[in-house]
Write a protein that binds this ligand. Structure first.
Ligand code: PLP
Length: 401
């Protein structure tokens, strides 16, 4: 169970049932968390936010004072983020970039291109010649590096260190990097390398991965100003009070940058920045028994909050009791200790959390699902079954930082 903040709780309890489900974001909590993350990082480590985790304009804006820029991974994200936080530095990543997307990024003046393949590099050079004549476009080839010490073994989502469509195999990346350094592409400037190898890594694993990436880059003997070691900091849905150890990570990165005084390191987390600031709040519609198990059906479901279905976990939640029952018919209530919380979709996969301790839960009570601020609404299949969309509430959006 993860209790909502007081502001979130008050808002959820003040909403009529017809305005539920709702996503409620506590932007004051987000700013406080982002400040802690920023403070833990050494000066020579730049912090970019991976917008794919949650691109709501209010979230992007709230993060503004704490981040050095934003990582975008499609033409859609590029246009959206460039509008939401105009003038902020952007890094354009993502596999399978189209000529139209690259053209838009060049026109937009994107600061960094994370190049995913040799083909993409040639396309970028060709388009840069035409779209941005006279400018040297900063590139960081993305490298899919092996990590020998097992640091990726616990990853929930590995994108590197194994066969994947992401980035370049190191054997292919090396000659590309040398060509760039030798000026084979005069339109492009080799600024550094990029490697996002996995998501769901703890601080010690992240430090080890960063060390591997930096060693590989510096061993090339080519002058590189920057190394982007990606995102992927662990968020523990099973133990929601536990946080990624930013202090230990910062200390590890500080040692790394000390050893490489001319290098700027960059990280681009998504999930671990925004997961904690969002709640998906809803109302219990029904309580029922089936083959020895007790279920509640809540308004909404995984078409709004797909995270537990995608990642295979129980979404942490807490119950906000509502004593009033305005209907003339009897109020369903749980008789057992543990309930499975399902949504309104006609599929057994529409389960938000299994066997949650929620004795006495009644129809009309509210349930607030925590850790719903990242990869939640924006990765969900909203239109399945045509239920209404949730409301969106951004608490403390107008505060001056
Ligand atoms: C290239 C890249 N950078 C950063 C991220 C952010 O990862 P996370 O949200 O796990 O921190 C991702 C996630 O897929 C990614 O692909």
């Amino acid at each position: 169970m993860t209790q909502p903040t007081a502001a979130v709780r008050d808002r959820v309890l003040s909403l009529p049932p017809t305005e539920l489900p709702a996503y409620v974001y506590d932007l004051a909590a987000l700013r406080a968390h982002a400040a802690t993350v920023r403070d833990a990082l050494p000066e020579r480590v730049e912090l970019y936010y991976a917008a794919k985790a949650n691109p709501e304009p209010e979230i992007l804006t709230a993060l503004g004072p704490f981040v050095d820029g934003y990582e975008v991974a499609s033409g859609g994200e590029l246009a959206h983020v460039a509008k939401a936080v105009a003038g902020r530095p952007l890094a354009f990543g993502g596999p399978g970039k189209t000529p139209d997307e690259i053209t838009a990024a060049l026109e937009q003046g994107v600061e960094r291109f994370h190049v995913e393949s040799e083909h993409e590099l040639r396309m970028l050079a060709g388009l840069a010649r035409r779209v941005a004549p006279g400018r040297r476009v900063a590139v960081l080839p993305r490298v899919n590096l092996p990590v020998a010490d097992g640091s990726l073994a616990n990853s929930s989502l590995a994108m590197g260190g194994r066969p994947t469509p992401f980035g370049m195999d190191p054997a292919r990346a090396e000659p590309v990097i040398r060509q760039l350094a030798d000026g084979a592409f005069p339109e492009l400037e080799l600024r550094g390398i990029h490697a996002h190898l996995a998501s769901g890594l703890e601080a010690a694993e992240q430090v080890a991965v960063a060390g591997t990436v930096v060693s590989w880059a510096t061993d090339l003997g080519v002058r590189l100003g920057e190394v982007n070691v990606g995102g992927g900091m662990h968020v523990d849905y099973g133990d929601p009070e536990r946080r990624f150890d930013w202090a230990a990570y910062g200390t590890g990165l500080a040692r790394l940058v000390e050893r490489h005084p001319r290098l700027t390191l960059r990280i681009e987390p998504g999930r671990a920045l925004t997961a904690y600031c969002g709640w998906y709040a809803t109302e219990v519609l029904d309580v029922k028994h089936s083959h020895g198990e007790e279920f509640t059906v809540v308004r909404g479901g995984t078409h709004h909050l797909r995270t537990p279905a995608t990642k295979g976990h129980d979404q942490p939640c807490s119950v906000l009791p509502v004593d009033a029952w305005p209907h003339p018919w009897p109020r369903p209530a749980a008789v057992g200790e543990r309930l499975t919380l399902a949504g309104q979709l006609c599929t057994p996969k529409d389960v938000l959390a299994r066997r949650v301790p929620a004795a006495g839960l009644r129809a009309g009570d509210r349930v607030a699902f925590a850790l719903a601020g990242a990869y939640a609404w924006n990765i969900s299949h909203h239109d399945f079954l045509m239920h209404p969309r949730p409301g969106f509430h951004f608490l403390d959006a107008d505060a001056i930082v």
